[in-house]
Design a protein around this ligand. Structure first.
Ligand SMILES: [Zn+2]
Ligand SMILES: [Zn+2]
Length: 1021
């Protein structure tokens, strides 16, 4: 019954419209007729959306039978043509005052008719799983809607609205002059009701031009959106999409729509004659804008899906008017941020001049915009990002970028980075808010936001990667900040880490140019902590400790931002502001599932409060990683000649990379940078201390919690460096023994080894070499002794011997000397070069320790046979095979030690480290003799440089497992998130697990527990 009624009515409406169109000489129908029709269409549409598929199908059939869509489109075009002919160009405002309302109103009626047809598609859609199963009539209707003449007619109508009607409505004068004429077509509504359809009362007829114009925009976007959906999601899509996008380009409908939605709405209030009409109109415009973004999203994703339409898609979204909307969307998104200016305020330009703020889109302000029952704002944000950056993300795999894409990318280079950082922050904040509002705060909130973030990161990367160097440098701080937010969202407990490794890798590719300039941007995003969380999550997921994977690799680059980041944190302090630290080490977002309190959570920014451990976390994780890797390798090493397969070269390469990177961290960042930062943090009287009597007369060492913030930061830095130094040297023995076993294994026998394998070995040897010297140079005497250097030296000696045995015996003469043999020779030369470097480093490291007053006594013991592991004579022999001078140095040190006279050894050590430059092999690393800090300190050049300092274990400020050998990386989160339990004896040390406690107890806590307890009781800590 209902369907019949609807069908009859729709035919009736159609007939009325067509009759109006066919009446010759009529520029526009009279008021009554078109308003009636307008409301009828809308009412039918409302009823329609509630009807099941068969009805939609029938109605589609009715529409197709009567050819209503093409005829309506023709009629629309004719009307506008007639109007334009009568008034000259409709752009000529003075001439276009008469009849404009009618034309726009009529256009809106016909727009509604098309919209009504589009609704038939929409009504049909939910009832089928596939667009291919849409009833034939519905598909034909979609085809009619998407025909070029239809698109062109819509474009003409929207253009009329955008150029004349909407701007006129926006002026208060025009709005005030408009007259109210509300018609209530009661008869129609009654008949609809009789037909059994529920009719939503829509007495929205108003008087201003804005409303019909806005409805026209809404109808046109709706129509376009549905046509594109049917094209896109049908399995035969590719070809149809190509034709459709080409027609869309010809019709220039997109540009007209973009121009229309950007026309400012009329000012509500007294000047507007009919506020209700304005309200309805602006709602329609809102819907139009939302749908338009969906259209752009479809165009863009079609460009991704169907390679052959990509150029057209890029061209469409690069057209000037579309580009204006795309940029406006990004601006709007960026302005929405927590750092954005509130509505009504004025932006103050750097020069001090205030400029009026752009009006904010209600679309983004309102979090309750819904579509199909779900929150639409995340989708809108994603669409804005997708459309905004669309032409930028041109993958070279698609072939050369069309000129429009190149131009768009060039334009983006200047604008995108500045907008991307705040936009990424907004997306992050939205995801965070959704997570805290949801029942399960750990459930990923919305894929749309993550997709938006991923696309944003990808496009930023492309823009910056290809930019000229100067531009790149200028943009990098913004880019780093944007990446910081992107990654933070992905590392959050509710995050979706899918895509994070890619983003991290991209960030690390950009790293070379990122430095100090980026540090200030880095702090609020908590990027270092984010990377720490991602790294630990990756590592915890792999019991073998495999370091492969983007995150680990990228972290080794990005840890270079550590010192600048901490430096930036302290900038205010140096300028006189107090340091405000968070006392509670527990980070709030990794607790037992509780949602972080909004705006307060640490996660690296901590609001005004800073927790230094957040930034040092990456260092702590690296330290643990080295220990874990060393322990895992040691556990797998062959115990004798008959042992199982040794570590492969790949595994050794991973350890080599880890070792080399740790060496770099020690040298560049912990040794030099952090040392400088820490020495800057000399305690100073707290503000107001002058009033307190006897500020300097402290009775007892202060409890760390109560210590001055600057002192706490300094101690935290030293503790992190100490843990790191202790761990770095521990990797070396396992690595050296791994190499020794590898070169002795059958797979590296002269008969089976390839030149490539020899090359690889040379690289691996060179890599881990970088670990020894920095640690020896920068670690304090106490840390060095804790790391057991003779064990490392002995392992280095064993490695030298094994490599000698494998590489140095004279090769049997070969007759078939060709290219392969030559390559083998040069590969061997590379190994020899690496080994010579190793020999020099071993001798120099030993001399450095001998030259240190705090260490010389221990070195005497090691070299004079007091250390069972280190055989000095064997070491001399092993090193001598590769560098004679290095062997002589060690020999001389051994002679001095044999006299059991530390003073003599000290003098000998200093003689060696003072040796003029030039004996260090070829590519002298920066930690060669010339730059050795321990050497400089020994000879009095640089007293106090490096970290050095008092014993720092157990940690007093950092929240760490008390077992220095702890390898527990937890299941994500950070070090500070590990649940620790106190030692019941001293109540000072804390452990992550019973096993760690047992290990540490055996390692010596047994002896010190009582003493630690006594100190704690006395100090009151
Ligand atoms: Zn532990
Ligand atoms: Zn204890």
């Amino acid at each position: 019954m209902a369907s019949e009624g609807i069908r009859r009515l729709s035919k009736e409406v159609a007939a009325a419209l067509l009759a109006a169109a066919d009446a010759p000489g009529r520029g526009a129908p009279h008021d009554g007729a078109d308003w009636h029709s307008l409301e009828a269409c809308d009412a039918i549409k409302s009823a329609f959306l509630k009807l099941p598929l068969p009805v939609a199908s029938e109605s589609a059939a009715a529409l197709v039978e009567t050819d209503l869509v093409p005829r309506a489109a023709r009629l629309l075009q004719q009307t506008i043509d007639r109007y334009t002919a009568a008034h000259g160009s409709y752009r000529d405002r003075t001439a276009a005052t008469v009849g404009l309302d009618h034309v726009v109103g009529f256009a809106a009626v016909l727009g509604l008719l098309l919209d009504y047809a589009a609704c038939v598609l929409e009504a049909a859609r939910p009832h089928t799983t596939s667009y291919d199963r849409l009833p034939t009539a519905v598909r034909r209707l979609a085809g009619q809607l998407g025909e070029l003449p239809t698109l062109q007619a819509l474009a003409a109508a929207v253009r009329l609205a955008a150029d004349v009607a909407l701007p006129a409505a926006a002026s208060a004068e025009a709005a005030a002059a408009a007259t109210a004429a509300t018609v209530t077509p009661a008869g129609l509504r009654l008949r609809l009701a009789a037909a059994g359809a529920e009719v939503v009362a829509t007495s929205w007829l108003g008087s201003t031009r804005y409303m019909p114009g806005a409805h026209l925009v809404r109808c046109a976007t709706m129509c376009l959106l549905n046509v594109l959906m049917v094209d896109t999601f049908s399995s035969t899509g590719g070809k149809e999409v190509r034709q459709r996008l080409a027609d869309l380009r010809t019709s220039r409908l997109l540009g007209a729509l973009c121009a229309a939605v950007l026309v400012p709405p009329p000012v509500p209030g007294p000047p507007v004659a009919d506020e209700y009409a304005y309200e309805e109109g602006s709602k329609a415009m809102l819907e139009g804008l939302r749908q338009l973004y969906s259209v752009l999203f479809l165009v863009v994703s079609n460009g991704r899906e169907f390679v052959r339409v990509r150029a057209v898609a890029v061209e469409l979204v690069s057209a000037p008017e579309v580009a204006r909307l795309r940029w406006e969307g990004l601006e709007q998104l960026a302005a929405l941020g927590p750092g954005g200016v509130e509505d009504g305020e004025e932006e103050v330009a750097p020069g001090g001049a205030a400029r009026p703020r752009r009006p904010c889109w209600p679309l983004l302000r309102c979090s309750s915009v819904e579509q199909n029952g779900r929150m639409a704002r995340p989708d809108i944000m994603r669409d804005i990002v997708y459309a905004g950056v669309a032409p930028v993300v041109w993958d070279p795999a698609f072939g050369p970028a069309p000129p429009s894409a190149a131009a768009a990318a060039a334009a983006a280079g200047g604008r995108l980075p500045a907008l991307a950082a705040p936009a990424a922050r907004v997306l992050f904040a939205e995801a965070e808010a959704l997570a805290s509002a949801s029942a399960d705060p750990r459930a990923p909130p919305d894929p749309s936001l993550f997709n938006g973030l991923k696309v944003l990161a990808a496009s930023l990367f492309m823009v910056v990667r290809d930019a000229p160097e100067a531009e790149k440098r200028a943009a990098l701080p913004e880019v780093v900040e944007a990446f910081g937010w992107v990654l933070r969202a992905m590392a959050a407990p509710w995050g979706c880490a899918d895509g994070a490794p890619e983003a991290v890798t991209r960030l690390s590719v950009l790293f070379k140019a990122t430095q100090r300039a980026c540090a200030r941007r880095l702090a609020p995003t908590g990027l270092l902590r984010t990377l720490d969380v991602l790294l630990r999550r990756e590592l915890a997921g792999d019991a073998n400790g495999a370091l492969e994977g983007h995150v680990a690799t990228a972290c080794t680059f990005l840890i270079g931002m550590l010192v600048p980041a901490i430096d930036a944190r302290l900038e205010g302090y140096r300028a006189g502001a107090p340091l405000r630290l968070r006392h509670n080490a527990r980070s709030c977002d990794a607790g037992a599932g509780a949602a972080p309190p909004a705006g307060r959570c640490g996660a690296g920014d901590g609001g005004p409060l800073w927790h230094p451990q957040d930034e040092l976390g990456l260092v702590l994780t690296w330290a643990k990683l080295a220990r874990r890797e060393g322990a895992a390798a040691a556990a797998r090493l062959p115990m004798g000649p008959a042992a199982a397969a040794p570590l492969g070269i790949q595994r050794l390469a991973v350890m080599g990379t880890l070792g080399a990177n740790m060496g770099r961290v020690v040298h560049d960042w912990l040794g030099r940078g952090l040392g400088a930062v820490a020495s800057d943090l000399q305690p100073r009287p707290p503000p107001g201390a002058a009033a307190a009597p006897a500020a300097g007369a402290q009775q007892q060492p202060p409890c760390p919690e109560a210590a001055q913030p600057a002192e706490r930061v300094r101690v935290a830095l030293l503790e992190a460096a100490s843990l790191y130094n202790r761990s770095a040297l521990q990797l070396l023995p396992a690595f050296c023994d791994g190499v020794a076993a590898f070169v002795a294994s059958p797979s590296f026998s002269p008969a089976r080894r390839t030149p490539a394998a020899t090359d690889e070995l040379a690289v691996v040897l060179k890599q881990v070499r970088g670990l020894l010297m920095p640690t020896i140079q920068f670690a304090s005497a106490e840390e060095l002794l804790a790391a057991d250097p003779p064990r490392a030296l002995a392992a280095l000696g064993r490695m030298c011997t094994a490599v000698t045995a494998a590489m140095l015996p004279p090769q049997p003469p070969r007759r078939d000397r060709g290219a392969g043999a030559a390559a083998a020779r040069s590969a061997s030369a590379a190994v020899a070069e690496s080994m010579r470097g190793t020999a020099c480093e071993v001798s120099f490291a030993l001399a450095l320790m001998a030259a240190d007053e705090q260490l010389v006594a221990a070195v005497v013991g090691w070299l004079s046979g007091g250390c069972t592991e280190l055989d000095a004579a064997a070491l001399v022999a092993a090193v001598g095979a590769w560098d004679r001078e290095a062997a002589q140095s060690i020999d001389a040190l051994c002679d001095a030690a044999a006299a059991a006279d530390p003073a003599r050894l000290l003098a000998e050590g200093r003689r060696v480290v003072r040796r003029p430059q030039g004996w260090w092999p070829g590519d002298a690393p920066e930690w060669g003799p010339g730059s050795a800090v321990r050497a400089e300190r020994a000879v009095g050049v640089a007293a106090g440089r490096g970290l050095g300092g008092a014993p720092l274990w157990p940690p007093r400020v950092l929240r760490l497992c008390g077992n220095t050998g702890c390898c527990n990386l937890g299941g994500g989160g950070t070090e500070a998130d590990l649940r620790l339990q106190q030692c019941s004896g001293c109540r000072v040390l804390r452990y992550c697990c019973a096993q760690c406690q047992r290990e540490h107890w055996r390692q010596g806590h047994r002896e010190e527990c009582a003493a630690v307890a006594a100190v704690a009781a006395a100090g009151g800590c």
